[in-house]
Design a protein around this ligand. Structure first.
Ligand SMILES: CC(C)(COP(=O)(O)OP(=O)(O)OC[C@H]1O[C@@H](n2cnc3c(N)ncnc32)[C@H](O)[C@@H]1OP(=O)(O)O)[C@@H](O)C(=O)NCCC(=O)NCCS
Length: 426
């Protein structure tokens, strides 16, 4: 599927051109044009001005994505006034299949051109293009949770942030065999990519990472202000199999015994790796606090520490958002922990995925077909995205009036014992 060269969406092109704006794909081999896009992307997220080495690294990392820009040819600025990019990412769904999903990132609009419909045109273009190529799902992570519901995305995983008071807790987990050792990002990168791939394949909600996304979890990107403070520790099983790593920075305090560790990323392909790496972090000397972000809602920390309240959840937030583009393909790709049959009436304002479908699950596998039977459950496509990966969302959405009908049956069929998780941003 050549999503890189698929022509730009004509409807969005027309809408923008009516407002004097031009929608175009960026030729990522044209360094000047690509640099302008990258600068606009950094500015959109209030980042610094990227230096040449940062631009060079970003060009290398991002050139494999479909890169879209909106230009205002009436102004002298070199940068586009709107940016977005997309690529096909393997999303792990319940049961372990990895579904090629349309991942969208770098959605920015110049503050000088806000609220003129540029984001609407960019998102419409992404979704219609993905749909026309037969991609069953679109996915993204969001800067603000109020933006993407209008395009049929629903929050499909929650992420937790934690602060652990390591002076208060002692290790209360099992023995942790295996070996820990420091590594340098350059030497370890290939191994890390294998570890990450294994970890991401094993959990619904995680995505297979492009080299760029994997790179930032292992070590700093160019221009990172904390670059020289990064530490990387790898975990290898007793038989020498690489199964996990943690990258982190340590910051000092007036009191030298009370440093703070910020975990950049903790990757664990096995439970043994997870336990050993947590133990390592909790037992660091001269450290009083360990902070970590984008963990699952089922992070096992309370069971690993001697004092449950010494490991506090500091935030629980929506994280991965899912937009179903093809109901039968999406629902048949995952497995189910119970059998059953339900007629779902799915409403889609963008006219891409709506319809009435009978979902029949036998031995955990689904058959989905269009039907005229009366609906058991009526819901907008965003709510279907919210329950799709097994997330505990159906009962609250029913309470809020967004899922109507037999929400309890929907919940029993879709929810999974292990909640889905996405442990990184993209
Ligand atoms: C978010 C952003 C891309 C929106 O761009 P925009 O071109 O101003 O948005 P549009 O004019 O197309 O707005 C489309 C709709 O979304 C709404 N909307 C857009 N941004 C919103 C926001 N931040 N909060 C609430 N509503 C928002 C608009 O009000 C409009 O609503 P309507 O359909 O009811 O009229 C832009 O504000 C931005 O670049 N922000 C900083 C970067 C960022 O957060 N990007 C998102 C990355 S996940």
């Amino acid at each position: 599927m050549d999503y890189l060269t698929q022509p730009i969406d004509p409807a969005s092109e027309r809408d923008l051109s009516a407002g004097g704006l031009r929608l175009a794909l960026v030729d990522t081999t044209d360094a000047a044009a690509f640099d302008g896009w990258i600068r606009a992307d950094f500015r959109g997220f209030h980042g610094g001005r990227p230096k040449e080495e940062v631009l060079e690294e970003a060009r290398g990392h991002l050139s494999g994505r479909r890169t879209t820009a909106v230009y205002d040819d009436a102004v002298p600025a070199r940068e586009p006034v709107g940016t977005a990019n997309s690529w096909i990412a393997p999303l792990t769904v319940p049961g372990g299949e990895r579904v090629g999903s349309w991942a969208i990132s770098s959605v920015t609009v110049a503050p000088t051109h806000r609220r003129r419909g540029i984001a609407r045109a960019l998102l419409g273009a992404e979704l219609r293009t993905a749909h026309s190529l037969g991609v069953p799902l679109a996915i993204l992570t969001v800067s603000e949770s109020v933006i993407y519901g209008r395009w049929g995305f629903g929050p499909a995983t929650s992420a937790t942030a934690w602060t652990i008071d390591t002076k208060r807790v002692r290790w209360a987990g099992a023995e942790t065999p295996g070996r820990l050792s420091f590594a340098e990002p350059e030497d370890y990168r290939e191994t890390a990519e294998r570890v990450l791939d294994r970890a991401m394949a094993g959990r619904a909600g995680e995505i297979g990472l492009e080299p760029y996304l994997a790179h930032r979890l292992v070590g700093p990107l160019k221009g990172d202000t904390d670059a020289d403070r990064y530490r990387l520790v790898r975990y290898d099983s007793p038989s020498g199999e690489p199964e996990g790593f943690v990258s982190y920075t340590v910051k000092g305090d007036d009191d030298f015994t009370r440093h703070t560790v910020d975990v950049n990323y903790l990757a664990a392909a096995t439970d043994e790796a997870l336990a050993a790496l947590w133990r390592y972090l909790l037992e660091l000397d001269l450290v009083a606090s360990v902070k970590v972000w984008t963990r699952g809602v089922d992070e096992p920390l309370p069971a690993l520490v001697s004092d449950i309240r010494g490991a506090k959840v500091t935030a629980v937030e929506d994280h991965l958002w899912v937009r179903i583009l093809d109901v039968p393909a999406a629902l048949q790709a995952r497995t189910y922990e119970r059998d059953g049959s339900l007629v779902l009436d799915v409403a889609d304002d963008l006219g891409l995925a709506g319809g009435r479908f009978r979902l029949t699950v036998v031995d955990g596998r689904a058959e989905v077909a269009a039907t005229d039977d009366s609906a058991d459950v009526t819901l907008p496509v965003g709510a279907l995205g919210s329950v799709y990966l097994g997330h505990d969302a159906a009962r609250a959405l029913a309470l809020a009036g967004r899922i109507r009908g037999d929400a309890a049956a929907l919940d029993r069929l879709f929810r999974t014992a292990v909640p889905p998780r996405l442990s990184t941003w993209f």
